[in-house]
Design a protein around this ligand. Structure first.
Ligand code: 4AD
Ligand code: MG
Length: 431
């Protein structure tokens, strides 16, 4: 029986005397279908990269593989290097080159495999939290708070001058301006998530977050996706650590099962699930981590925090096993974190460090003492957040995990800009 296929894109062509073999991909999976094209029907414009529709008979080839013997083949869209198409067949490009062509690079095996893995990871994230009865909520992108207090917010205002003027007239003050209130793109959905957690129990959100860090490092984006979870009635860091560890092991196990062929394309044929999957994550206090760094020859003061090089040195010391650093100096962390009971200089905060990225998760118990939080509050605008402690409060703890950093660890991708289709980093928002 002749079947019509709207197929996809030619990945490879082998032209022989009487027949041409074409490998075609529709992008849905790493596998390609071989098309056998008799010389008599081969279109002149058939090139690698062109899109085709084929009518033919699906048969088994000599080695038992499925192949499509074409009776008719139409080129839907030509693709010619001489006309400016930036990818030559049979050339493998480095990621830096591909980043110049964000609109085309999902046609490469490397990036398309990464995007399929990302799709699966997203699905596994929702599966995990649904199986644990967490409620999925959407927190706002536009907000008047700077949750992390690091001053790394992007301000939002209308483009149209008339609208700005009208808003300022209506608004309470002259702040520029979103109806007279300084407004930002969110750096974290945490504070809003905490509000819902204080009425509906365990919650999570997965959405875009924005940081105006002037960093082009291999680990920073201006726009990234954060998974954030808030645990109701959580009063110990251990409880939080257990959920994070269980969640990360779940994502690795599921993704290595669902996308092993893609992971081989990205990280090589030998890529396999890391050896730490059956081991307990390591837990170090901030002070213990600092002692290890001293031993390793790093000479920094405790108040300076732990930089990227030091994070990776700690992971190395732990033999590549993910490591929680817990109980951080108050001065290094955000206002909402709960004081440690027996050490007034520390807060109940954690970072999870992994190979490749260092920090992949940041979390904490939340300050639930009304008076203490009142003193720590960075802005009057957060009175609503303080009120959460005044009325029907419960202890909660939560964490945020950078989806792109998780992708880096999972796939063995060195540069974060290759873990999502259209990365945004300083001076790169043209496409
Ligand atoms: O440690 P962070 O700043 O924590 C928070 O925002 C908390 N409010 C989360 C919470 O408790 N609900 O960010 C969390 C994670 C980091 O560990 C990192 O993986 C990622 O977000 N991240 C970035 N990823 C890419 N580019 C950036 N510029 C990032 N900044 C943070
Ligand atoms: Mg952090």
């Amino acid at each position: 029986m002749i079947v019509n296929y709207r197929l996809g894109w030619i990945k490879n062509l082998r032209v022989q005397k009487e027949v041409t073999f074409a490998d075609v991909s529709d992008g849905s999976c790493p596998q390609r279908l071989q098309i056998v094209i008799p010389k008599s029907i081969k279109p002149k414009t058939l090139t690698t990269g062109s899109s085709v529709s084929v009518a033919g008979i699906l048969t088994k080839g000599p080695r038992g593989q499925l192949e499509l013997v074409a009776e008719n083949i139409d080129v839907l869209g030509e693709c010619v290097v001489a006309d400016g198409y930036p990818f030559n067949p049979r050339t493998t490009y480095v990621p830096e080159y591909l980043r110049q062509y964000l609109h085309f690079r999902s046609r490469t095996n490397y990036i398309s495999a990464i995007l399929r893995v990302r799709n699966s990871v997203t699905k596994h994230i929702h599966d995990y939290f649904a199986s644990k009865q967490f409620l999925n909520v959407h927190t706002p992108i536009l907000t008047s708070n700077d949750c992390e207090g690091a001053g790394e917010v992007f301000k939002v205002q209308p483009e149209n001058e008339q609208v700005i003027k009208a808003m300022m007239q209506e608004g309470k003050n002259n702040d520029t301006v979103y109806f007279g209130t300084k407004t930002y793109l969110t750096v974290s959905g945490q504070l809003h998530l905490e509000a819902i957690c204080r009425s509906m129990g365990n919650v999570y959100t997965l959405g875009p977050t924005f940081r105006a860090e002037n960093s082009r490092s291999r680990l920073h984006l201006s726009e990234f996706y954060m998974l954030e979870a808030e645990l109701a009635f959580c009063d110990s860091l251990k409880e939080l650590q257990d959920v994070i560890e269980d969640f990360i092991k779940f994502i690795f196990t599921k993704t290595f099962a669902s996308n092993i062929d893609d992971l081989h394309i990205i990280d090589g044929e030998n890529s396999k699930i890391p050896k730490w999957i059956d081991k307990d994550f390591i837990v170090l206090s901030y002070d213990e981590a600092n002692k290890i760094l001293m031993k390793k020859g790093f000479n920094q003061s405790v108040e300076e925090g732990i930089n990227k090089e030091q994070e990776l040195a700690i992971v190395d010391y732990c033999d590549g096993i993910p490591v929680f650093i817990i109980r951080w100096p108050k001065t290094l962390k955000s206002f909402y974190m709960k004081d440690t009971k027996d050490d007034s200089t520390k807060v109940e905060a954690l970072d999870l460090l992994t190979p490749i990225t260092g920090e992949v998760v940041g979390g904490s118990l939340r300050e639930d003492d009304y008076r203490k939080l009142q003193l720590k509050l960075p802005s009057d605008r957060l009175k609503w957040y303080l009120d959460l402690r005044k009325f029907g409060n419960i202890p909660t703890g939560g964490f945020g995990l950078g989806l792109e950093r998780l992708m880096q660890v999972l796939c063995g991708v060195n540069n974060i800009k290759d873990t999502l289709p259209f990365p945004r980093w300083p001076h790169n928002c043209d496409m």
